[in-house]
Design a protein around this ligand. Sequence first.
Ligand code: NAD
Length: 371
Amino acid sequence: QPKTIGILKTPNDPRVCLLPKEVKRLAGELNLNILFEPGLGSTLQIEDEEYIQAGATSQSREFIFKNSDTIVSINHTFSDEDEIKQGCCFIGIFNPLFHDTKLAIYKKHGATVYSLDLLPRTTLAQSMDVLSSMASLAGYRAVIKASEIYDGVFPMFTTAAGTLTPVKVLVLGAGVAGLQAIATARRLGAMVEAFDVRKSAGEEVRSLGATFIEVEGYTESANAGGYAVEQSEEYQKKQKELIHNHIQSSNIVISTANIPGRKAPLLIETRSVEAMQPGSVIIDLAAEQGGNCELSKNKEVVLHHGVTILGNSSLSAEIPAAASKLLSNNFFSFLKYKQKAETQTNDPLLTGSQILNEGEWTHPHFNKNLQ
Ligand code: NAD
């Protein structure tokens, strides 16, 4: 008897977690019975008929909840009123480290939950790594967005009427999003500086033609898996000072600095914003995690002393066709991997991304912090 997988739309998110191409592979390669909510691909002008052609069946949301072994969506779709099959498994990108209160309902209903943003960032997990694929698009989109708001030009213009100097872009945090922002800004002709606490980021920054700025005295942690860790107060002070000095000559700042599971580091103080030229732009991709800029507000545009500060941690949703293409591959790869690895105990990717198993906390973070 093939297992049933239900694909649901996520309200207020134009991205789609599985496209017809991958649905066809789920039916063919994984032998799954596939249900989908009508209008699943409507934000991308994908007709229901394309999903039907790929081997899926259109069903109501209620029917999908009651009859699926696995439910897939980008984000939360489940509410207390929904009836689910016993032991139903939910797969999505739930950002549980920041929105853990939403998990109680899954526990109450005895569900199993996997969140793809918790996957360990290993080579094996690369094809399923939703954080990397979305961060990469967000970094690109941040520069495009900044270029629309900024009233100057990106490349140098030499004309008979005079010369326009290229824009100066400062990128804070040179991880996946930051490096893509650097590459995009460079392609448009900007002069780019970038800052990261990790010394190893310097080589990548320079290879993209940007200048790496750094603060001495960063303490690495061997247990952080290549991620940044919180630093001493003295280091943080020096870092704010360095940014304050560099930001004054920057026209555009793209900030992407994050520490997994923590509030984002505060890098841009109000006095630094006030030292910028009017007309400058800050795009804060860490806004959902509290923001890298003291003044940024998530999903809002703030105008302060002539500087526009846009806080948005989900810019990939503004290019939903591109985002869905990558997500659909990420979700398919995870489902394929899960089907194969499920028979083994303690698979590192499955245990790393699982939050609940039939209503019991399995992830160490939630085990400790929630009841
Ligand atoms: P992230 O989103 O957690 O953080 C973004 C960047 O902010 C990181 O580069 C981090 O060092 C930096 N940062 C943190 N605190 C800072 C501060 N106070 N000031 C300035 N910068 C600060 O990170 P990410 O983009 O997801 O990637 C982090 C690391 O993981 C990188 O080394 C990346 O290459 C690696 N990675 C590996 C894989 C893989 O091997 N499969 C996949 C993705 C990422």
